[in-house]
Design a protein around this ligand. Structure first.
Ligand SMILES: C[S@@+](CC[C@H](N)C(=O)[O-])C[C@H]1O[C@@H](n2cnc3c(N)ncnc32)[C@H](O)[C@@H]1O
Length: 327
């Protein structure tokens, strides 16, 4: 019986040329064009009949590379869906063997604001994350980096985050995903200069405070664990990062620590940095701190409510523990 559309579907699968099929399959599954060697191999085998189109798709979907595509897709989809529901993702979980992006991406996407948003360090960001930002903020996204990269849908600016070519209060929100720890460090891995400027992170945060409007939000994620200089980035514990944010003139509005355990990524409200070292539990950080900061303003003190809010913050511990998320 062919009236149920199955023959039509089979014919459609055969319609594109082998060249078109291989190109589309790679772009759809691995989210990239095929490399030359893979393209030639697939075309030769398809021509001689030792590979079918279904088997090519099977090979792509079962490749290790697709595992990463899937993790990042899941992370971006979860963050975007939470934003649509008006939820700020908390107590996220992700499987073992993954890096910190699977936590950082949904955490940040769920807190994305409307308006003009600056993404700092976009040049080496995951395309799945950038695509989600472009989809959520059509026309409102500016990317800044010292390195250059093509990024359709994003207004890109090549600049040092410590000295930005933007007016004061130009942005409603700034996003800093695993980037601040690299400022002033040895950035040769990104094709940039090697520096050893221990004040680089502070200078960058002060500059970002300048370009953020009063009432704006800075979402920052950083590797967490035993404090130390790794040459290409600097890791800190919760106290170290929180002090840095305060020195740059920011309030911590919300903060959540996550740790990579045997069972995967889990929220760590009582996180202890002892023995938590970068790269020892998975492919990247062993723990990550996700924070939402707001520019500190003296003006707050002028209103009774501002005074109360400021007093409450001063009395609260610098690292606020996040209450278990109620379903
Ligand atoms: C680890 S990568 C960023 C990861 C990315 N944000 C993500 O979402 O996966 C660090 C980035 O910081 C950029 N960078 C380092 N120092 C910088 C500086 N002083 N000003 C601007 N960008 C800088 C590098 O070029 C690189 O793109």
């Amino acid at each position: 019986m062919t009236g149920d559309g199955r023959l039509d579907a089979q014919l459609r699968a055969l319609r594109p040329s082998d060249e078109e099929f291989v190109e589309q399959a790679f772009r759809l599954v691995l989210r990239r064009p095929p490399d030359e060697e893979a393209r030639e191999r697939a075309l030769a085998k398809l021509a001689e009949g030792t590979l079918s189109r279904a088997t090519l798709l099977h090979e792509l979907v079962t490749a290790d590379e697709f595992g990463r595509v899937r993790e990042l897709d899941d992370a971006a989809a979860a963050g975007r869906a939470a934003r649509r529901r008006g939820e700020r993702s908390r107590r996220l979980q992700a499987p073992p063997g993954t890096d910190e992006r699977v936590i950082e991406i949904p955490w940040v996407l769920s807190r994305l604001r409307e308006g003009r948003v600056l993404e700092v360090g976009y040049a080496y960001a995951e395309p799945a994350y950038l695509a989600a930002l472009v989809a959520e903020l059509p026309g409102g996204l500016v990317g800044v980096d010292l390195a250059e990269a093509e990024a359709p849908g994003i207004e890109t600016v090549r600049a040092d985050v410590r000295d930005l070519p933007f007016a004061d209060a130009a942005f409603d929100q700034v996003l800093l995903v695993s980037t601040i720890e690299h400022v002033g460090a040895d950035n040769t891995v990104y094709g940039l200069a090697a520096e050893a400027n221990t004040e680089g992170r502070l200078e960058a945060l002060r500059e970002l405070r300048r370009v953020l409007r009063p009432g704006g939000s800075l979402l920052v994620t950083v590797p967490l664990g035993e404090p130390g200089d790794h040459g290409w980035f600097r890791q800190d514990d919760v106290r170290g990062w929180t002090r840095l944010f305060a020195r740059a003139g920011f309030f911590v509005e919300e903060q959540e620590a996550y740790e990579l355990l045997d069972e995967g990524w889990r929220a760590a409200p009582t996180f202890r940095a002892d023995g938590v070292r970068y790269g020892e539990r998975g492919p990247g950080a062993s723990a990550v701190l996700c924070s939402e900061l707001s520019p500190r303003r003296l003006r707050r003190l002028a209103s009774p409510d501002g005074w109360r809010r400021t007093a409450r913050r001063r009395l609260a511990p610098t690292y606020r523990r996040v209450r278990p998320h109620r379903a």
